[in-house]
Structure formats: C-alpha cells, structure tokens
Design a protein around this ligand. Structure first.
Ligand SMILES: [Zn+2]
Length: 185
C-alpha cells in the first residue's frame, strides 16, 4: 500500500518501502516502515513573515518563483530548525528586500486545514538599507492600504494577515510608525 504523501516512499533509516498505517484511532494515517518500525512524522512547516512598515506604507514583493509566480506577498520564508521565529522573519526580510528591520509586534498565526505551512506574521519596522528585490522577487514596492492588490495576493494567509493588520490599524490599534493618523470619515 502506498501512503498519502507520494513525496516520501522509502524509509529514511533502512530504505524499505513505507506503509500507511493508522497507529491511533484519533490520528491521521502515518508512513510507517514495516521492516524497522520507523514512523515518519510529517510535521508542519513554519513560515515567518513580516508586514514591514515604511513611510506609512507597507512592503509587498512580487514573486519571481512558483508557487504563485507574479503574485504579491509579504517578505518571509521558512524558519530553519533551531532558529528563533523572530530571527527568521528578520533574516528573510533582509534577504528578500535588502532592508534591516526590527520586530514591532506579533500580528497572528495563520494555518489552514489540509495545508502544510503555519505562517507566523509580525509587524516590523524599518531600521536601515535600501529597498531592493532579491533573487526570488520580480519587484519590491510600497503600498498604502488603498493600493493593496487584493485580487493579486499570493496566498490565503497573505489576504488574511493584511485584513487583520488593517482592521487592527483602523480600529486605532497599535500602529507603530503612525505619525500621520488620519481621522476616520
Ligand atoms: Zn525502515
């Protein structure tokens, strides 16, 4: 029997073909090695993202790679094993758009049933550097709330995080750079 994830077919310990077994009734089927009993636990992947505020706008990057090539996303990427999530957000932001930042606050964690990534989003502040587009990015641009390309955002987490960000900001929630708070209506 092949298991549910075609990415992993062989036991990483002994090389035998993996089976798919339900080890506990309340858990999903897991890849298990019938030869050495190794259980392959398929964990989520943690992604750290940054809503980077600059000049009363935020930075979005247009993806130069798949998935979702050509769509807009916040700076971010996978957290390495053993790496602090905040450090990953700062590192990925610098790699992708050339800017050094500091963490201002945690915005939220975004995950979806059946999907592998758990996306942790921080609001970050510009510290230094010029905005550039890194290797995996077609362009890096500043957007005001009105300019956000809602129909061309890359992922559900991008949409949900930006909605949460502006909801909080427009409620008068913490909005760090806010020197020009415009009264509503
Ligand atoms: Zn094995």
């Amino acid at each position: 029997m092949t298991h549910h994830d075609p990415e992993f077919q062989f036991c990483p310990v002994c090389g035998n073909r993996l089976d798919s077994l339900k080890l506990k009734t309340n858990e999903p089927r897991r890849p298990v090695c019938p030869s050495c009993n190794f259980v392959l636990y398929l964990d989520p992947k943690v992604v750290a993202c940054s809503i980077l505020e600059m000049d009363s706008k935020i930075v979005l990057l247009r993806r130069g790679i798949n998935p979702q090539k050509g769509k807009w996303v916040m700076p971010g990427g996978y957290v390495d094993r053993g790496e602090e999530v905040k450090a990953a957000a700062i590192r990925e932001t610098e790699e992708e758009c050339g800017v050094t930042t500091r963490i201002d606050m945690l915005l939220g964690a975004y995950s979806y049933s059946g999907q592998v990534p758990v996306v942790i989003v921080y609001v970050t502040q510009y510290v230094s550097g010029d905005l550039i587009s890194g290797d995996e990015t077609l362009e890096a641009k500043l957007f005001s709330e009105k300019q956000i390309p809602w129909a061309n955002l890359a992922f559900q987490s991008t949409v949900d995080a930006l909605k949460d960000y502006y909801t909080s900001k427009n409620k008068g929630g913490k909005s760090p750079t806010d020197g020009d708070k415009t009264p509503k209506d």
